[in-house]
Write a protein that binds this ligand. Structure first.
Ligand SMILES: [Zn+2]
Length: 358
């Protein structure tokens, strides 16, 4: 049975984007209530790691420009805005260091063999945060904690090569930018077509540059893709590439904003799709890196569906099944969209076939 660490600090429950914001602070509280209700916190192989660990400025500067760090520090003192969608409440700098620190602490325990996997449900995102703040919207993110953790693990000598597999509905433009010329970090993102969704990046042609060419994989799926198309892309592209790369660790970003009822995106996945996705990810980690899996529960803006999906994924990571089904009726399948998905898969294979056997 796999052992799982759930990284958390109660202070993160206090981070609040404000009334009417789609990322609601109740999400994290409700997630823990559900874990309790479903009996997951009593399992012998599940441990909640409550830690005050923080990352320091040096860890942040290994990924970000000084200008971004000082901007967030300054805004965090009196409160402010990074962009119209990303308020910076007072104390955000400390919260962001704490959220990344919890993640890092749990990740170190996985890398040192104390557990097979870790998971963190985040209070705010990371994958849109670019090296510096260049006027590009920051979509509910401050620092790129995913990149910070990977860089830290590399600097401390725990890993040489890492995969970041991003299954949020949105493309992680920040992660892509940070590692674009780096062959040691393979970024694979499966997201909704950027012509139809923020942040407007993540096209098939973006394959990395310089030494990093071939280490950036984008799979932009059309709206209403649904489980079948998503899982086909997963099995035909994601799985073979990740296994060929042979990482030392797999970092998985799971977004429940791919759910069919999500108010911001419309990839139309269901709970059944999430269960199948989690099975592929855990088996991929087993085959590629001895099961070492770092997981982040990121986007998801339908409170009820997101927390159910997060609970389902957590159970899967702990190797147990829970009784969770769709809280609403799923939409009908669409044959026209199915053909569009097949076209995208064909195009990705054409581009990535230069670098990988797919
Ligand atoms: Zn998202």
């Amino acid at each position: 049975m796999r052992s799982l660490i759930i990284a958390h600090n109660d202070k993160l429950l206090k981070h609040d984007f404000g009334l009417g914001h789609p990322l609601r602070s109740e999400r994290l509280r409700r997630y823990f209530e559900l874990l309790e209700e479903k009996g997951l916190l009593k399992l012998p192989n599940v441990k909640v790691l409550k830690t005050d660990a923080t990352v320091d400025d040096e860890d942040i500067l290994a990924v970000h420009d000084e200008s971004l760090l000082s901007l967030i520090k300054r805004l965090s003192l009196k409160g402010g805005l990074l962009d119209a969608d990303t308020p910076v409440p007072i104390g955000t700098y400390e919260m962001a260091k704490l959220q990344a620190g919890c993640f890092l602490e749990a990740a170190l325990k996985v890398l040192s063999g104390e557990a097979n996997a870790m998971v963190q449900c985040v209070a705010f995102g990371g994958h849109h945060a670019t090296k510096e703040h260049v006027g590009f919207s920051f979509g509910f993110c401050y620092f790129n904690q995913d990149a910070i953790v990977v860089r830290c693990l590399q600097r401390k000598g725990y890993v040489k090569r890492a995969v970041i597999l991003d299954c949020d509905a949105h493309h992680g433009n920040g992660i892509q930018e940070i590692f674009y010329e780096d062959p040691t970090v393979l970024y694979v993102s499966i997201h909704q077509d950027p012509r139809t969704l923020y942040p407007g990046t993540g096209f098939v042609e973006e394959v990395g540059a310089g030494e990093g060419e071939g280490y950036n994989v984008n799979i932009p799926l059309p709206p209403r893709t649904s489980d079948e198309g998503y899982l086909t892309a997963f099995n035909e592209i994601v799985r073979p590439i990740v296994e060929q790369f042979k990482p030392d660790v797999l970092l998985w970003i799971f977004g429940a904003d791919t759910y069919f009822a999500d108010p911001l995106a419309n990839l139309n996945l269901t709970m059944k799709g999430y269960a199948a996705m989690a099975d592929v990810v855990t088996s991929m980690a087993e085959r590629a890196c001895e099961g070492k899996l770092l997981s982040v529960l990121g986007g998801g803006y339908d409170l009820r569906a997101s927390t159910l999906a997060f609970c389902l994924v957590t159970a899967k990571l702990a190797d147990v099944s829970v009784d969770i089904s769709d809280p609403y009726d799923p939409p009908a399948k669409n044959e026209y969209v199915k053909r569009k998905v097949e076209d995208v898969i064909r195009r990705v294979k054409n581009f990535q076939g230069r670098y990988w056997k797919i």
